[in-house]
Design a protein. Sequence first.
Lengths: 195, 287
Amino acid sequence: MNKNVKKEYRAVVIGASSGGQAAVSTILGGLPKKFQFSIMIVIHRGHEASDFLERSLDKKCKCRVKQADDKEVIETSTVYVAPPDYHMLVEDDGSLSLSIGLSINYSRPSIDALFESAAEVFCDELVGIVLTGANNDGSRGLKRIGDLGGLTVVQDPFSAESPTMPRSAIAMAHPNHVLPLDKISSFLLELGKKK
Amino acid sequence: MGEIEISRNEKLEIDLVLQAVYAKYGYDFRNYAKASIRRRVRHSMEKHGLPRICDLQHKLIYDSAFFEQFLLDLTVNVTEMFRDPPFFKTLREKVIPALQDVTPIKIWHAGCATGEEAYSIAILFQEAGMADRVRIYATDANEAVLAVAKKGIYALDHMRQYTTNYQKSGGIASFSDYYTSRYGNAIMNQKLRKRIVFSDHNLVTDDVFGDMDLILCRNVMIYFSRELQERVFEKFTQCLCAGGFLCLGTKESIRYSSISGKYETLMDGQRIYRKRQDPEHSDECIK
């Protein structure tokens, strides 16, 4: 499929693990207050973490960042982060649902769970991004996004604090783009303009 | 056929599986949050080596022993004692003192799974010196997990984590006094078990209990659709006394629901709500 066709992307999902907080902060820091899509993020962190990360990102970034609540309806220009120790999924009506089902790849929240559910809802209107991490969560989900016509992006392993997760995603999902970290926000904004 | 169409067809097939389960066994998962139920259906298929959804459908209809296994795959029964210690701390410091003058204190713990939280609540009331007045009705729709809850026997390995949770919730007694260790198991004390009645109850299809002072339903409705959650919220509101408390999981909220006006927020960080006095029925059920 020709990925240069102009289309509207409604949602962006991002998965990050080890080194992910800094990487996510870099991407969100480069975004303006308003944009035409929603962003959903899974970051692996300790299960007793608070919402300190979300609050500090919200302060630092121009856009709105919050920890997701169950059954919250997603809005544009907003970033939702999966709460520690919960899986975060996207429902058909565009709301978020949380689950304390079993860990997947030893992770809760699981990047694959978010990516696979988002792919089934947004199909070709979705962008999936796998960032730094020391495991292979997200590879299977990114492949699913690609299979359903979404745009797939992986952080260049050479720019990643932990290259394992990007490498695994490149091998399994054959992404449309491999980008250095500092180019990802401008890439997203370009996509937003192509309407 | 493209992947998008396959995915749509799969959603349709899974809906039909849930229809069949309801028609044959009476368990109603039709109004559960779809994304998460689909994950669990697929997981169950992988686990039992069923390649196609129609294979699952057939097996479910013709093999009722298999259904019991499927039921366990479909429901999430993750729980622990004093899970979310700050919640139990608030219960200890804010909710229990408010029930000081109530007799009897009726508590409904909906969706108790294997019972760990029910025992935690019994411990809190015992420490407050109110154990003899408390009746905990702990319910779940799944008989297999209820059987575990009734026995009150848990793996000793977990007790270290539970002790830490207990201490973080403000507990100062020796946690090991609440159970007897035997052959790698922890058997909960008879005294605690006597405070709890475990029973089979389906939040979706069964009628409700009445006159409750405290309802706990934590991380149960996250698996429900918005409409189903709304229906259960209404049931809870019906059977809760004025001034009674409703406790949800830390990421659940009544904020977007039609019942929100009937409650005041005791502590939003913990999602504990208190039912307001109803001006029209102010003489009813106030203790």
